[in-house]
Design a protein around this ligand. Structure first.
Ligand SMILES: [Zn+2]
Length: 73
């Protein structure tokens, strides 16, 4: 994953941007401040701290067709 890329996840267009530390966005899934250097922004103005939170949101929205996500631990 690199900054300035766009990905499409669960029908959302997600921008991968740099977290410059000035705006300190909050992840809407875990509701924590995003401390990582990368921030995932959807076109609905939602910020995610990482892919796992993105996938969490996606799976809660559509539980019927839960995609297989590799998780460890
Ligand atoms: Zn999060």
């Amino acid at each position: 994953m690199k900054p300035d890329h766009k990905v499409k996840i669960y029908g959302k267009n997600v921008d991968i941007g740099c977290n410059n530390g000035n705006s300190r966005p909050k992840c809407i899934n875990c509701r924590r401040r995003i401390i990582y250097t990368l921030v995932f922004k959807s076109d609905e103005n939602e910020n995610f701290c990482g892919l796992s939170c993105l996938f969490d949101m996606g799976t809660t929205e559509s539980e019927e067709s839960e995609p297989e996500i590799l998780r460890r631990g």
